[in-house]
Ligand binder design. Sequence first.
Ligand SMILES: Cc1ncc(COP(=O)(O)O)c(C=O)c1O
Length: 317
Amino acid sequence: MTLPNGSAPELARQAAARAYELDRRHVFHSWSAQAHRTPMAITAAQGCYVWDGDGNRLLDFSSQMVNTNIGHQHPKVVAAVQEQAAKLCTVAPQHVNDARSEAARLIAERTPGELDKIFFTNGGADAVEHAVRLARLHTGRYKVLSRYRSYHGGTETAINLTGDPRRWPNDHGNSGVVHFFGPFLYRSQFHASTETEEAERALAHLEQTMVFEGPDTIAAVVLESIPGTAGIMVPPPGYMAGVRALCDKYGVVFIADEVMSGFGRTGKWFAIEHFEGVVPDLLTFAKGVNSGYVPLGGVAISPAIAATFDDRPYPGG
Ligand SMILES: Cc1ncc(COP(=O)(O)O)c(C=O)c1O
C-alpha cells in the first residue's frame, strides 16, 4: 500500500532513515539537549493521521504543535498555497497585495468587537512581541504582567512572559515582566473551594499585584484566553470579565494571546468568546489561522491603539 503522498513503503522507509541520519548530523533542534534526542521521522500526513519512518500510521493527537486545526493536507488549502505560489511568491510589506488584503478582511470579520486592524507576522512569538510593543508605545509604560503556568513563545519578550521553567535561563531580570497566579481551582493558589471563590481571589491577587507594582508603570496584562501548553486551565466564570475591568480601571492594555486557542480550537472562532462581553485591546493569533501550512501569525488591534499610530510611525516590521 502506498502512503497518501504516493510513496512506496520501502522507499519511504529508506528516505526516513536517510533523513534521520542527516538530521542527527546537521539539524539543531529547539528546546533540546542535542545529544539526547531520538526524534521521530514523519514521512506523510493526511487528515488526523501521520506516518512514521517505519510506515506506521499514527493518530496525531497533538495536532503537531496544537496547530493543524483543519487537519493535515487539506486539499483546498494545499491548492490555494500552490495557486498563490504560481501567481506571486513574495512582495515587500509596504506594498498592497490582494491576498493579504483579503486575509485581513476575513480575519477582522471573525475577531471579536472592533479588533479590525490586522498586523501580520511570521508566527505566534513575534505576534506577542509586537502586541507588547504596541501596548508599551500606546501607554508610555514598560512593565507587562503575565501568569505563571503560561506559554507565549520562544523569542526574547515572549519567553520572558512565559510562566514555565523554560523562561529561567532566558530571564536576566531586565525584561519588565512580572508574573502573577491565575485561577485554577484544581490546584488553587488561593485556598478556594468553589469556582466563584477562585475567580474572586485570583482577581483580588491580580489587583494587589497591579497596585504594588504601580499601576502607572504597567503597559499590559497578557493572558492566554484559555491556557494551553501549561495545561488546559479554563478560567472560571467572571475571571476574564474581572481582568477586563481591572485593565480599564488602571488604563492597562489587555492582550489576549489566542495563538493556540484561536481559530476554532475551543469550539468558537476565538476562546475569548466563551466569556461573554469580554473584548481584549489586542489579540494575537497564529497556528490555526492556516493550520501552519505556511508561517503566519498576527495581531488584531483595537481602534484606540491603531489610532496611536495614525500620525506617528509604528517602529516595527
Ligand atoms: C499561547 C501561545 N502563544 C505563543 C506561542 C508561540 O507561537 P509560535 O510557536 O508560532 O512562535 C504559542 C506556541 O505554542 C502559544 O501556545
